[in-house]
Write a new protein. Structure first.
Length: 557
């Protein structure tokens, strides 16, 4: 069994499920807070190099960080700072949060711990002291510095705290080899402070399992960051400190804080520095490369180190005919349902009502289909009806709707609607590729679309219900409001593509749409579309892990 990182003892005391998510599954999602915390560490180190002191160093200059391990303890880790006070080696741990306001002792299982610092922080600090002792250094106490309220707390490594720390070390070792995913906490206030709450989804999981009806507002309704689009030919992306820079040929420069990003999309002849790529990968920010006209070339993502056990279940279960059929039924049911909703909201006429009735029948038949080929046939018929009816949703009175769209065509698209649909679907592929990888799923291995070299089958599976909700909706809205006009397209003999200004307008409209909030049909709270698709993939992961009995994709009314 590999050694337990000291950092994980903080998590196992706080929540066993959190420990499993971070240590066993390998998740650590960067957020604005974690990036800022890392930046504060770096700024403190820079001040020390210059002879200045960071606030937490006011009681003694800190030396370089120290890496220690011990086989008997089964611990390994990095001590950010250690000071020598007389003959004691004192570990110092800085926290981005605030210290407790009261000094009432904490009762943690059978242990009573100091009330001036959070119990999980005390255990983590004491573990550092135990590592120092195991490596021959005298260490009887340490310091916790809370940046939130600038409070320094001295923590004595008493027999009680030492026993508590050894208790959690042993608990971590047992959890590390256990196959069962710990159950989520029930209505715990800890969930509000947890940075992994939108990965854990405690209330949502308990609700779907039928063991709680309490859905609190824990998961943020929007993603913590935005997407940067860079499409101007000759632009260069670089890095300056904690900022991404975009330099243009005419001398202009844009600066974007890296902590404000979740993804970067690069179109055509745009250069990206290696230093920036390294920084983005280390921050968990993926980069997608697209052609000038929006063809997805590839995605640069951090190494797929997360949740190998989930991918193992994915490869096994998706090859099981019964599981693949069950998932495919619900995916295509949701796709046809959402197509019908878009048609019903935006179209009219007796002929459309007839089509809506047929699509409803096709939708319901999907749930009774006995094999994938039958589902593909039903989906194909529904798609044909939907695309033939699409012009009925176009309100551009100055232009013949059939000039804007003449059926579904692509590679290349031959009319404005298909140009917008193709670009929108490409952006959805980008969204789901990054989201699937971030959860630990292999984007290439799906259950409905046939597996072929180069085809992201799982991504195509999962995005089916979201095509009408996002890409189709953006195309309709931009054309019906004339935010994008016919003059914004290049018209060739066999193709139609957006011009530069039209493409920039589309990116802005797409981001507005994916940041719009909807009321989640299962949970009843408001959530952005981007957060909703992330939630979809995590619910699928819970199904594959056996925690949830089924997976049903999102549908709107």
């Amino acid at each position: 069994m590999s050694s337990i990182p000291i950092r994980m003892l903080n998590e196992v005391q706080y929540c066993e499920r959190l420990f499993h998510i971070m240590h066993i599954q390998g998740f650590f999602e960067e957020s604005a807070d974690t990036v800022e915390g890392t930046a504060q560490h770096k700024r403190a180190e820079n001040r020390r190099r210059k002879g200045d002191m960071a606030p937490e160093d006011m009681w003694g200059a800190a030396p370089s960080s120290l890496h220690l391990g011990d086989v008997e303890l089964g611990l390994v880790g990095k001590l950010d700072a250690v000071v020598l006070e007389e003959k004691d080696w004192i570990p110092i741990e800085s926290k981005h949060s605030s210290a407790p306001e009261s000094n009432i002792p904490f009762q943690v299982e059978q242990f009573a711990l100091d009330g001036n610092a959070w119990p999980n922080d005390q255990v983590q600090l004491c573990a550092q002291g135990l590592l120092l002792q195991a490596n021959g250094y005298k260490s009887d106490y340490g310091y916790l510095y809370y940046r939130g309220n600038k409070k320094r707390v001295k923590i004595l490594f008493t027999p009680n705290l030492t026993n508590a720390t050894l208790h959690y070390i042993n608990k971590a070792k047992k959890l590390a080899i256990a196959e069962e995913f710990p159950k989520p906490l029930m209505d715990s206030n800890k969930c509000f402070r947890c940075s992994m709450n939108y990965v854990c989804l405690p209330d949502e999981t308990n609700y779907l399992l039928g063991i709680s009806s309490n859905l609190r507002r824990i998961v943020p309704n929007r993603a913590d960051g935005g997407v940067l689009y860079v499409s101007e030919p000759g632009a260069r992306l670089g890095k300056s400190g904690e900022t991404l820079t975009v330099s243009y040929k005419d001398g202009r420069m844009d600066e974007i804080p890296i902590k404000a990003l979740i993804h970067v999309s690069i179109f055509g002849n745009v250069q990206n520095s290696t230093q920036l790529a390294h920084t983005l990968m280390n921050s968990g920010i993926s980069i997608s490369y697209l052609s000038t006209h929006g063809t997805h070339v590839g995605t640069l993502s951090p190494l797929m180190t997360k949740n190998i056990y989930l991918r193992q279940k994915q490869f096994v279960k998706f090859q099981h005919p019964e599981t693949a059929l069950k998932l495919s039924r619900w995916i295509i049911y949701a796709k046809i349902a959402n197509q019908r909703t878009l048609l019903r909201r935006n179209g009219s006429g007796a002929e459309l009502k007839k089509i809506l009735r047929e699509m409803k029948d096709l939708r319901d038949k999907v749930l009774e289909a006995g094999n994938l080929e039958t589902i593909r046939g039903l989906e194909g018929r529904a798609a044909r009806l939907y695309m033939e009816s699409f012009p009925a949703m176009l309100k551009h009175s100055a232009v013949d709707p059939h000039l804007l769209m003449n059926g579904r065509n692509r590679r290349p698209p031959k009319d404005p609607v298909n140009a917008l649909l193709s670009l929108g679907y490409t952006l959805l592929v980008r969204e789901f590729t990054a989201a699937a990888a971030s959860v630990g799923l292999d984007p290439m291995f799906g259950f409905f679309h046939r597996i072929e070299p180069g085809r992201p089958a799982l991504v195509l599976d999962l995005m089916e219900p979201f095509r009408p909700l996002i890409a189709d909706s953006v195309a309709l809205r931009t054309l019906n409001t004339q935010e994008i006009k016919v003059s914004d397209f290049y018209w060739g003999q066999d193709s139609c593509q957006l011009k530069k200004n039209g493409r920039n307008t589309y990116f802005a409209a797409y981001e507005r749409r994916i940041h719009e909030e909807l009321t989640h049909p299962a949970f009843g709270y408001k959530i952005s579309y981007r957060r909703a698709l992330d939630l979809e993939i995590r619910m699928l992961a819970r199904y594959l892990e056996g925690e949830l009995p089924e997976y049903r994709p999102l549908t709107t009314k």
